[in-house]
Design a protein around this ligand. Sequence first.
Ligand code: DOR
Ligand code: ZN
Length: 363
Amino acid sequence: MTTGELILRRPDDWHLHVRDGAMLRAALPHSSANFRRAIIMPNLVPPVTTSQDARAYRDRIVAAVPDGHDFSPLMTLYLTETTCPDDVACAFETGLISAIKLYPAGATTNSDRGVRDIDHVMPVLERMALLGIPLCVHGEVTDPDIDIFDREAVFIDRVLRRLCERVPELRIVMEHITTEEGVQYVWESGENIAATLTPHHLVINRNAMLVGGIRPHYYCLPVAKREKHRVALRRAAVAGNGKFFLGTDSAPHPDGRKESACGCAGMFTAPNTLSCLAHVFEEEGGLDQLEAFASLNGAAFYRLAPNEERIRLVKKTMPFDVSAKIDTGEGMLTVFDPGFALYWHPDRTYRADPGEAATKTRS
Ligand code: DOR
Ligand code: ZN
């Protein structure tokens, strides 16, 4: 039985890890089934640092899209201290890439080749500002003296504010913000500063990871923070402010690499992202803002047209069930468990009437 319905433009994912090889083939269909486009993270081993790498990776992704799915990867380059401004400019102007990703060296998975000294990448950032190329930022300092729960807030104060003063025209996406300081910074900044929010940071706080035992499948970076921050992120998501949009940061790792003495950061949320989001937006009384968050704001920031196609989510009395584990060929992969039942289901049979324009909500 259906108790609610939501029709919205097909969403896009403005921050996604799809990996390569067998993991790519296992993970990608869960995104391409729901999303029309996704900003693809470049932190492969070795990373995607040149336009040549990006072209080859794009072709491998396109080859892995299942028949019947309409999905375009939006490629990024991994910024290193030897990135060539001309290569970046040419890759953007020819439409090969949509953004550049800044990882502070050592901040997260496969970030060793990232940036140690921002001075060393200023020529690239200045060229990006001139051309309007977005910089996607993993906003955490790596200073060992800074507590891991404070690394985002300190990054804003020490790195981001100065960067914005030095290159005020640079268009920046603070990726996967996790703190009220992040929300406030983005809210108060100019139009060229935006942020992505992940479904998991809207659903869990740090207790999920640490209470009753260490739960590695809730470990990601930036790490989930205390409850007041989750509340701030939820408010930002439903506020209808165009600077906040969906970037799932769905980041698959085989269970063997998560369930380990030194487990990897990342949660695989792609299979139930839309169900989680509808649940959260409904709890916040903001279902009418879900389309802006998932389907409009990101496209506008990236200066792309929103998708024309519509999808339908239905609320049923039976929970939406995705397999808890997926066999990837590179080991089992655990799907994000929000810790509650999900009643919003994507309706895979839905085809919008031609010309249907209005977004409908009923719940
Ligand atoms: O949790 C995360 N996983 N955060 C990141 O920044 C990287 C990602 C990954 O690649 O696994
Ligand atoms: Zn990520």
